[in-house]
Design a protein. Sequence first.
Length: 213
Amino acid sequence: MRTRGTLVFIFLVGSAFISFAQKKEINPQKLIQLSGIAVSDGSLDPVPFITVYDRTMGRGVLADSYGFFSLVTYPGDSVIFNAFGFKPSTFVVPDTLTENRYSIIHLMEIDTINLPEVTLYPWPTKEQFDAYIVHMEPYDDAIRRAQRELSGESLAMVAAKLDADGSLAYGNAYNERMSKLYTNGQLPVNNLFNPYSWSKLIQDWKQGKLKKK
């Protein structure tokens, strides 16, 4: 049994050595510096930090924030591009190149994921929602409260409780000053000698508007 295990080990080491030797036999003159930029196929915007992996050689690189990448490959190698939000794609290095440098612009297709519809409710369960609808007070909502607080009666009540501010005091002083300028050098206005006021008083008295309610 020990001899059989030794033979298996020697066979595996020999296979690995042969495979390594075969790779070493590749002519270094055929090495190709593959460089390029990965962009989105829809907007042509660079795809940052994309993974570029040479499946044939078993090694890869990471693109920068501008989507630029560069790695050493051999003619005929399969290079796989992976990025979050994009479909994986493969690029095969041409085997008819005459130079040791090759540049590409690789298009990445956006991977659209359609998620199922989700409806959010402010209640954990349907039973709690039904209970809230049943016990809800429909006439005490925010709009009705705002209308009640902003009604003419509410605003008049609040205004009556407030002291005169600077703008009101200035308005009263300004009106009084303008009245004095209007009657400057004359007797002050007295409604007892105003015929219009007397006619209106007599008219209101005939119509019964002066009666106590």
